[in-house]
Design a protein around this ligand. Structure first.
Ligand code: 3PG
Length: 212
């Protein structure tokens, strides 16, 4: 078992919320990253769910250098290597495979793998990972499951994501094994379509002061 990568927890401690953003265009992505950063949320997960995603990550790296941008929805090693090449600082996956763990080691890129069961946590520990995305948080057991995991896995830390909002984020953040939460509520499609980056900045400012 290799030692855990300290960069991962350091990034997850920068803010209470990691916005999960699916980019519509490169220009939009830069404006969103700037609005989130200005609102107080420096860490951004850009999902690889649209064809512009890798270009959007590269553009944010260039145009918003104080943002810490990573990629979400990373499903395989090829995507993980592309994220690294684009300048992404971390990769988030909805689950994990042995091949993905190996690719993260090979690329020297911090990986936040998704888990929803105790066995998946144990598999990650075998790969030297002790920090996970808990996904889909609300559907998989929510706060109660995280609290239960703090017994057998007291040294493990989580970023619950999936079904989290400004209204319930604090319920998760008060748990001792939660470093931050993730969510798409800051970059709702209606706000993106309206180009309302001021509203995204206001949502970020509200989220940035959430604490446990
Ligand atoms: C995702 O990967 O889709 C994230 O978990 C976002 O979930 P949410 O839309 O419920 O915030």
């Amino acid at each position: 078992m290799s030692p855990a990568d300290p960069r991962l927890r350091a990034m997850l401690r920068l803010a209470p919320v990691i916005p999960v953003y699916t980019p519509g265009s490169v220009q939009e992505a830069v404006a969103v990253a700037q609005a989130l950063l200005d609102g107080g949320l420096p860490v951004i997960e850009v999902t690889l769910r649209t064809p512009v995603a890798l270009e959007a990550i590269a553009a944010i790296v260039q145009a918003v250098p104080d943002a810490v941008v990573g990629a979400g929805t990373v499903l395989n090693g090829t995507q993980l290597e592309a994220v690294k090449a684009a300048g992404g600082r971390f990769a988030v996956a909805p689950g994990a495979t042995d091949a993905l763990y190996a690719a993260a080691r090979g690329a020297d890129l911090p990986l936040l793998p998704g888990v929803a069961t105790a066995s998946e946590i144990m598999r990650g520990l075998e790969h030297g990972v002790d920090t996970f995305k808990f996904f889909p948080a609300a559907a998989a057991g929510g706060r109660a499951l995280l609290a239960a995991w703090n017994g057998p896995f007291a040294d493990v830390r989580f970023c619950p994501t999936g079904g989290i909002s400004q209204a319930n984020a604090r319920d998760y953040l008060t748990l001792p094994n939660v470093l931050c939460v993730g969510g798409s509520w800051l970059t709702e499609r209606s706000l993106l379509q309206a180009g309302d980056y001021a509203a995204i900045g206001r949502l970020a400012a509200q989220a940035a002061v959430l604490n446990g």
